[in-house]
Design a protein around this ligand. Structure first.
Ligand SMILES: [Zn+2]
Length: 252
């Protein structure tokens, strides 16, 4: 495969705003991990990825939409994954949302099991449910069943960060690290070979803060300067981390 490196946006939702895609591509964002959030947008994500470029699809049910999962969703997800090169995301646990938590846990576990079985990478969302998340991830890691796993938009503690790293997870940060001092120690503690950067574009929150894919470039500049690493070398390191995810999805 061609080893072109550039800017990777490790988490966004292009299916919600196509203009984002065009703008990102124009600005030189070479690769984007595009995440579904519920069954209703699986096909849109597959279609976007099929349109060429470097859009890598992730299919899954987000904890916010846990209660929208209809009978047979597991089989439908499984068969789409068997027919399409795609990872699994965005999945996870969120104690701040209204969806029933045990339903969230059920869905999360099932999707993680599917990922493990099919050896597809996983993108995880977690809010105020770190204990439950760690318990599951550590179990999978202990049994050597954890596929490449990314914790997206990381916002937990340093202690949690260390346990996630020990389990083998990659940690992805948004532009929040530029303005929220509590996140900076975590960013600095994340080894370069486990670090990813994202806009989370396409979410409502991201739209109001002007986070389109092109905003990734400013985040890379800030991150490289903060880590004291030359920009090109920094980009290359993050790109390689992304390849661990992309390589298990993209046909060779
Ligand atoms: Zn997201």
């Amino acid at each position: 495969m061609m080893s072109s490196t550039g800017y990777l946006d490790s988490h966004l939702h292009l299916q919600k705003n196509l203009d984002n895609l065009l703008e990102g591509a124009k600005m030189g964002v070479q690769r984007m991990f595009c995440n579904a959030t519920r069954e209703a947008d699986w096909q849109a994500v597959i279609d976007l990825a099929a349109g060429g470029g470097e859009i890598i699809p992730f299919l899954g049910i987000h904890p916010w939409f846990a209660e929208t999962a209809g009978p047979g969703w597991e089989q439908r997800l499984m068969s789409l994954l068997q027919q399409n090169p795609a990872g699994i995301g965005e999945i996870g646990l969120d104690r701040r949302c209204r969806a029933n938590f045990s339903r969230q846990q059920q869905l999360f576990l099932t999707q993680l099991q599917i990922a493990s079985e099919l050896r597809r990478p996983v993108v995880i969302h977690c809010v105020k449910a770190w204990g439950a998340l760690l318990e599951t991830l550590e179990q999978f890691a202990a049994n050597k069943r954890l596929p490449p796993t990314m914790i997206h938009s990381y916002g937990g503690s340093i202690e949690t960060l260390h346990r996630l790293l020990k389990a083998g997870c990659f940690i992805s940060y948004t532009r929040r690290i530029m303005t929220e001092p509590k996140l900076q120690p975590c960013f600095l503690e994340t080894p370069l070979d486990r670090l990813l950067l994202e806009t989370d574009a396409g979410t409502q929150e991201a739209q109001t803060t002007g986070q389109e894919p092109a905003a990734i470039i400013g985040l890379y500049a800030w991150a490289a300067a903060t880590r004291g690493i030359e920009q090109q070398e920094f980009n290359q390191r993050i790109w390689s981390n992304g390849e661990i995810f992309a390589d298990t999805i993209l046909p060779r």
